[in-house]
Design a protein around this ligand. Structure first.
Ligand code: ADP
Ligand code: GLC
Length: 509
């Protein structure tokens, strides 16, 4: 079969462990929600399947009604049957259906993956269950998907199930799987005695399929069995094939290099539109950005209890507080940067060590630094709009969405040259020629000196109104929407479908 994905309506099931507006801890949720929308707008029949973290959903805003489907799925988890009910809802503004897997014991939690004490003890069981429910839902609801698109380790078991117990069964004969890596640092590694939770026979627990360093590895499982693999930026696709970026799985990725594609995430340009954003005190466009941003800045300073001075540059950061994000560079440079007349605003949650460091900084410099520890959607939008500079000095960054949000909101990003940051931020090197495309500041070495110098250069450039205006214009006018990226996913789906037709019912080994 030769499939022309661009001219055929595909039946696509996307499985993810979080998606806006139902649940969110980071970029995966934004991507899952927006990709579903965008593929739907391109005319495809899309169903998103996610766990129902009921307490989280109940406290989220803008959730459409959730109705019962009447479908129940029972899976044998080791020696006990566990049942989920399947409810359905929609992504606002689209026809795409969302199926919510409700299993109170596993998913009625305020956080999807863990609490202050680390990951939940039963994560392997919870997400093996979720992964096993997905094909069962497809079967019971007769979805007959062309593609099951899996995201991160929480859904890594699905391609293995499709290639073993579901191979050639009714409704799946032509189903291809795609595995997207959002972050190699999280692999879903569990001790080998968890293998029975997967429902896969022990013979798959080998170095080519589900095992890595004597452990069960659910991301590796997905990479070994999926028909195609993607990750969320072209640069990250190269980085993860090296020992530095591969976190032990680089040999697997080198082996499957021909099936690996890097596709830069887009942004949901309805949710993240400075003109219509309901979370801002005022909307603004490219033409009205001066007045608009200055009002947003005053509002932010007031909200964060900082002195309200328009001429003082505000440096913002919104981030999970984990090693990946470069908080150590920011903390070690902070005093040097605060010698200047600047303010810093932090929003984040994560590692208690970084949370405390940021709190301490705010306590030491109450006139210049404000921090909110926690998750706050409205403040995230208000920082993107009200800040002058946005920091992302990541150690590694598969894609990163905040730099694209800040570019769209006319806030100039300072980023490290890694992953998707390298693919979206163009450095201003002080030369006139670079102003054609430059939209931010980029440094390479992971060092306090390189980071602090780059922020200082950005602050000096800010004083040159013409240059600064041009950087903002370049950022605000580039198309960051999902349309292009969704087209690249369709190409990948086509390749995956071609592989299925070649494979017949044998399964990838
Ligand atoms: P990652 O997925 O690695 O956390 P991304 O840049 O891809 O990084 O996406 C992070 C997403 O999570 C963005 O939408 C960002 O605004 C949001 N976010 C992160 N931390 C917070 C927070 N504390 N409060 C609100 N939104 C947050
Ligand atoms: C991960 C990555 C981030 C990426 C996001 C969405 O959480 O850390 O860089 O933008 O997934 O793909």
């Amino acid at each position: 079969m030769s499939f022309n994905a661009s001219s055929n309506r595909l039946r696509i099931v996307i499985a993810a462990s979080e998606a806006v507006p139902f649940s969110k801890t980071g970029g995966l949720a934004d991507v899952a929600g927006a990709l579903v929308k965008s593929l739907g707008q391109l005319g495809h029949d899309v169903v998103l399947i996610i766990p129902d973290y009921f307490p989280m959903r109940r406290s989220a805003n803008g959730i459409p009604p959730v109705d019962e489907t009447g479908i129940q799925v029972t899976i044998r988890m080791k020696d006990r049957p566990v049942t989920a009910t399947v409810n359905w809802s929609a992504i606002p503004g689209t026809e795409a259906r969302v199926l919510l897997v409700r299993q109170p014991e596993y998913f009625d939690r305020r956080q999807p993956y863990g609490d202050g004490n680390g990951g939940f003890q039963d994560n392997c069981e919870r997400f093996c269950f979720f992964s096993r429910v997905v094909p069962e839902i497809c079967r019971q609801m007769v979805l007959r998907p062309d593609i099951i698109h899996c995201n991160d380790w929480q859904t890594g078991l699905i391609p293995a199930l499709l290639n073993s117990q579901y191979a050639g069964t009714s409704g799946f004969a032509r189903t291809a799987t795609v595995m997207t890596i959002h972050n190699m640092a999280y692999q879903g590694r569990f001790w080998h005695f968890d293998m029975p939770l997967t429902g896969m026979p022990w013979r798959y627990f080998n170095h080519h399929q589900m095992e890595s360093w004597n452990e069960l590895n659910l991301l590796k499982t997905g990479l070994a069995f999926a028909d195609q693999i993607t990750t969320v930026s072209p640069t990250y696709a190269e980085e993860i094939c090296t020992p530095d970026g591969g976190y032990g799985l680089d040999p697997v990725l080198r082996d499957r290099h021909a099936d690996l594609t890097g596709i830069l995430n887009g942004i949901d340009d309805v949710a993240w539109n400075p003109e219509t954003d309901p979370l801002l005190p005022t909307g603004y466009t490219l033409d009205t950005r001066r007045a608009g941003k200055s009002r947003c800045k005053a509002h932010l300073q007031h909200r964060m209890q900082l002195p309200c001075f328009d001429e003082v540059p505000v440096i913002g950061m919104v981030s999970r507080m984990v090693d990946q994000k470069g908080f150590d560079l920011v903390m070690e440079s902070a005093e040097r940067l605060l010698n200047r007349n600047v303010q810093m605003v932090f929003l984040g949650t994560g590692d208690p060590y970084y949370e405390q460091m940021v709190r301490n900084l705010a306590n030491r410099f109450p006139e210049q630094v404000a921090a909110q520890i926690g998750f706050d959607e409205s403040l995230a939008h208000q920082i993107e709009a009200g800040a002058d500079l946005f920091l992302m000095p990541s150690r590694f960054e598969p894609c990163g969405l905040n730099q694209m949000y800040s570019l769209r909101y006319g806030t100039v990003p300072v980023v490290r040259k890694v992953g998707g940051l390298a693919d979206s931020v163009v450095h201003y090197d002080g030369q006139l020629a670079s102003l054609e495309t430059a939209n931010g500041f980029v440094f390479t070495d992971y060092s306090v000196a390189a980071f602090a110098e780059t922020v200082e250069r950005a602050l000096e450039t800010l004083e040159n109104e013409t240059v600064w205006d041009r950087l903002i214009r370049n950022g605000m006018t580039r198309d960051w929407s999902w349309t292009g990226s969704a087209g690249h996913y369709l190409d990948v789906y086509r390749r995956a479908l071609e592989r299925v037709s070649d494979r017949r019912f044998e399964g990838r080994v």
